[in-house]
Design a protein around this ligand. Structure first.
Ligand code: NAP
Length: 310
């Protein structure tokens, strides 16, 4: 199947292009970018031109930041294209619901991707937790924003979500591995005095079984990132680390099973799933990670901190 990649920035080049090039399901047929091209691939600068003239391309993958993404998704769905959305799936929950209804109306597949859910050990963690009673859950998602978002101004603007741009990755794992739904009770957001969006935050959640569920987010971490979730249960401790790539149960690392293909990677799995959705005429829309982010902006106690300069 032919696919067009729209918004040729960091994640498109780092992860989408290699995943499509390595996929048996997809051929990268065109790019749309105001500023960038990929050698050997037909390049458009105007998305509507692609939609009008390339009726052979039935699927588009949208890699621009969340705030401007809705207009592109709307145009694609109305033009009868299947749509794959980078995370976070949009600027607001409401626009994602609108896209969901539109996709259904136009009979196309819509996929709100969550790449961190495709980390190797996430299914193992979910299966282990399914039969246990939770006592506490602690998620730490900390990295150096200068390393992972060099020079990106949009992350600090309204709709950019600040530290939640990475925090939502951890929340996408949390909402996948916990059987019971959680909801936010309180949040603290640290906002640099020269920015609109938080650089750090802490969240406390209600859990139906009374487990303490807490989240720490920090974009000011130096050195290697910490992307980890620790769960204490009635039957031992689960530690998911390296963004879900590593799992330890009661301190013992869990080895990959032969069926776990660690080499496949997060983005190739997303494109495998998109191929299946298109072939089956289905959509996959889960907004639960974003709901928690929206709740944090609703309930969060804001504190102004030192200005941030890139
Ligand atoms: P980026 O490099 O700053 O931007 C990606 C591209 O989006 C830009 O090259 C630009 O494409 C397009 N764009 C930017 N502002 C736009 C606007 N107002 N209207 C239309 N297009 C616009 O960002 P990124 O790091 O790739 O992140 C993009 C998305 O991927 C975000 O949702 C992010 O959460 C997600 N993501 C990022 C990472 C990461 O490590 N950075 C990892 C996983 C997921 P053109 O110049 O080509 O038009």
């Amino acid at each position: 199947m032919e696919i067009a990649l729209v918004g040729i920035g960091k994640i498109a080049l780092d992860s989408h292009v290699p995943a499509i090039n390595g996929s048996p399901d997809w051929t990268l047929a065109a790019t749309v970018s105001r500023s960038n091209t990929i050698q050997g691939i037909t390049a458009y600068t105007d998305f509507s031109e692609l939609l009008e003239t390339r009726t052979d391309i039935r699927t588009v993958s949208l890699c621009m930041p969340p705030a401007p993404r809705f207009a592109y998704a709307e145009a694609a769905i109305k033009a009868g294209r299947h749509v794959m959305l980078e995370k976070p799936p949009g600027g607001t929950l409401s626009e994602c619901h609108t896209l969901q209804a539109m996709a259904q109306h136009h009979g196309v597949s819509l996929y709100t991707t969550w790449h961190s859910r495709e980390a190797t050990m996430v299914p193992n963690a979910k299966a282990w937790l399914a039969t246990r009673t939770l006592r506490s859950v602690h998620m730490e998602w900390k990295e150096d924003v200068r390393q992972w978002h060099p020079g990106q101004d949009w992350i600090w603007e309204p709709g950019g979500m600040g530290v939640f741009d990475m925090g939502i990755n951890g929340l996408s794992i949390l909402t996948e591995i916990l059987c019971e739904p959680i909801h936010l009770k309180a949040a603290r957001l640290l906002v640099p005095e020269n920015k609109q969006m938080p650089i750090a935050g802490s969240l406390d959640f209600f859990h139906p079984d009374g487990a303490d569920v807490s989240v720490e987010l920090d974009w000011a971490q130096k050195g290697p990132p910490t992307w980890a979730i620790t769960v204490e249960t009635n039957d031992g401790t689960l530690q998911l680390s390296q963004g879900g790539a590593k799992l330890a149960l009661n301190g013992e690392p869990v080895a990959l099973e032969s069926s776990d293909d660690d080499a496949v990677g997060e983005y190739p799995r997303l494109y495998q799933k998109m191929a299946k959705l298109v072939q089956a005429g289905q959509s996959d829309i889960d907004l639960s990670p974003m709901r928690h982010v929206a709740d944090a902006f609703t309930l969060g106690h804001r504190e102004t901190v030192a200005p941030f300069f890139d």
